[in-house]
Every structure is written in C-alpha cells, then in structure tokens.
Design a protein around this ligand. Structure first.
Ligand code: UT7
Length: 341
C-alpha cells in the first residue's frame, strides 16, 4: 500500500525535524559468544557482518526498552527544538515491550512527561519504524496533528535463545527516535511516500511460540526456549533480499526516481550479506548504503532510526538529500519510505 494514494492531495506534509539514538552500555563481542556456544568471530563476521552488539543488563531500569526509547526521544526533541509538551502523539514501534500492559509508549510518555500526548505501540517487528512513520505521516498530512514522536525501541536480548547459535549471534538492543512535524504540502523537505505490505502466511519463518494468550508459557516450554524467538534463517534470507529490492523499487517508482538519484539507502540491518545483495540488485554502490550492523547487530525496529541518526549527526546525510528507508520483519512485514531530509 502506498501513502498517500496517488491522485489524493493532502493539505499538509510531514517532515522529520530531529533524530536521536540510544544503546545500552554492555558490549557483547563475537569472542564473548564463542565462550558460551560453538561459534567463532570469523564465522559470524563473514556470514553476518556483525562484530559486536549492545545488550541491556537484565533488571537495570536505565536499560529497559522504555528507558532507551526515552533517551533517544530526548535527543531527537533537542535536535528539533521541541519540548515534551509539544508532542501530540507518541508512536512506539516495538516487539519487545517493557510490559504487555501498559504499552511501552505509555511508559515513555510518563518518563518524558509528555502529558498532552496520546501514546500507543505498533508491532510490525523489524518493519515497525517505517510503519509508525507512515501513521505519523497520515495524521500530520491530514492536518489533525502538528508534532508526532516516532520511536523504534527494542530489547531483543530478553527474547533471544542464547543457546541457539543459528539466531543469537544476530540480535542486540537499542532505540532510535524521530520527531515528525507538519510543513506546507509543497515543502521540498518532507516524507515523500511510504509503502507497506504484510504476509501473515509466512508467520512461521520468525515467531515466538508461547507467552501470548494463544499459549501461556509452562515451565517445560520455558526450558525448551519456546518463549524465545524461533527463526528459519536461510528461508528469511531469501525473502528479505527479494522484498527489500522490490520495496526500494516501489518507493523510487512512486516518486519518479531512479536508484542513481538516491543519495542514501538505509536498509534494515539484519545481515550484511542481505544488504549487499540488495544493493547489487538495485545497482546501488555500497558507498551510498548506511550500515551500522557491525557494532549493533540486528536491533529490529531500531536499526533504521539509529543508523539514520548516526548519519545525520556525523554529517553524511545533508539537508535536501533523498534517503530511502527499506525494511522487512517478522509477520512477515515489509515496507519502505522515501524522505527528503
Ligand atoms: O530481522 C530479520 C530476521 N532475521 C534474518 O534476517 C535472518 C536472515 N538469515 C541469516 O542472516 C542467515 O541465514 C544466518 C546468519 C542466520 C545463518 O547463516 P547461513 O549462511 O544461512 O547459515 P546456515 O543456517 O545455512 O548454516 C550453515 C552452516 C551450518 O553447518 P552445516 O550444516 O553446513 O555443517 C550451520 O550449522 O553454518 C553452521 N552455523 C554456524 N557455525 C558457526 C550456523 N550458525 C553458526 C554459528 N557459528 N553461529
């Protein structure tokens, strides 16, 4: 689905005016992992591009999902020159919430003191940030709200089976945030379009068996790690390459652009080999692809906003440049967004 549908003109546009990121302090290297399971640094680097990831300390409040999200949000607000009271709505993309009830968005609202805002979580797994940007874009472009805070925040380490070498090597914790504000509809600097699709038929490529209302976690299930992420890695790999390439093309075509006209692409950071394969398909040089997987691993909905924030702050992404967000995740879910920074 593309937003806005072609032919419909909306009274306003939405622009990302501030970005922020936060990670826990603890670093888990490949060598650390090789002390616990049968793996090694060389295999992980060659097969995934990951060197290390950040892991929240269990029970440490300053490293809860909502605390990382709050820290990222405060940085984004500072860049945008906004206060928590300016926020109309808080959308938190997460699949690893602090608590099932209340939402992580409500925890973050409380921590920020954003008392005027309403807040909700959006769960589209690793695609969540783009889905949330799309929702914010709609509310702002129709004129309903002026300032929406979008956060992608995850503590995947709590849902990782640390005995499964086929998956645990990939994941890390972190949060990224974006302040999105209303601008005139003809503003050159804005969200140009968003595109999403889901395919629930592919649910079993990546899921958690127990811990929801469908199946409570019994002690036996916990011992078998059925309350942790189960992933069919090679199968997802193939779908990811295909759909990331397709959604990049969809976003470019919707805006009459070629891949050569893109300044930057920020793909979901799941595996460096996936990212490189997609770049090859799009004929996009890797110099235009923003990658931070080597230091953070796969942080699900936080990969795109943290990489975006890093490239904005170090000056790689400059005013007026065109940036593609391109994602896929459990569900399965897919999406892309094209923005002019
Ligand atoms: O948010 C996104 C969701 N997830 C993804 O995007 C994951 C996408 N998939 C992947 O990134 C890759 O499939 C993995 C990195 C998970 C696995 O890499 P692979 O190249 O697809 O490896 P494989 O599962 O096909 O396994 C190849 C071999 C196997 O050994 P044999 O059977 O050939 O002897 C595995 O047992 O590599 C072995 N292996 C490992 N060896 C050392 C699997 N994991 C490891 C490991 N260390 N950590």
């Amino acid at each position: 689905m593309m937003t806005p549908p072609s032919g419909i003109s909306l009274p306003f546009a939405a622009r990302i005016t501030g970005t922020g990121a936060a990670h826990p302090e603890g670093v888990l290297t490949n060598d650390d992992l090789s002390q616990r399971i049968e793996t090694n640094d060389e295999w992980i680097r060659e097969r995934t591009g990951i060197r290390e990831r950040r892991i929240s300390k269990p029970g440490l409040e300053s490293e809860y999902n909502s605390s990382l999200g709050t820290r990222a949000a405060l940085k984004a607000l500072e860049m945008a020159g906004k206060n928590p009271e300016d926020i109309d709505a808080i959308l938190v993309a997460t699949c690893t919430p602090d608590t099932l009830i209340p939402s992580t968005a409500c925890w973050i609202q409380q921590k920020l003191g954003a008392h005027r805002a309403w807040a909700m979580d959006i769960n589209a797994a690793c695609s969540g940030f783009v889905y949330a940007v799309s929702v914010a874009n709609q509310y702002i472009s129709t004129g309903l709200y002026k300032t929406v805070l979008v956060i992608g925040s995850e503590t995947l380490s709590s849902f990782t089976n640390w005995n499964d070498r086929g998956s645990c090597i990939l994941f890390g914790d972190g949060a990224g945030a974006a302040v999105i504000e209303q601008v005139p509809s003809n503003s050159p600097r804005r969200i140009l379009s968003t595109h999403m699709k889901s395919d629930g038929r592919l649910w079993d490529l990546f899921h958690i068996v127990s811990g929801g209302s469908r199946q409570e976690t019994t002690p036996e299930m916990h011992l078998s790690a059925l309350d942790k992420m189960q992933m069919k890695g090679p199968e997802i790999f193939k779908v990811a390459v295909k759909t990331l390439a397709e959604f990049a093309v969809e976003a470019l075509q919707a805006n009459g652009l070629s891949a050569g006209q893109l300044d930057w692409a920020i793909p979901h950071q799941a595996n460096l080999r996936i990212i490189e394969a997609v770049a090859r398909r799009l004929d996009l040089p890797m110099e235009k692809v923003i990658v931070n997987i080597e230091r953070y691993g796969n942080t699900s909905s936080a990969t795109v906003p943290t990489a975006f924030d890093e490239a904005v702050r170090d000056g790689r992404i400059r005013e007026g440049q065109t940036v593609l967000f391109d994602v896929f995740g459990a569900g399965l879910t897919y999406g892309s967004a094209l923005i002019r920074w």
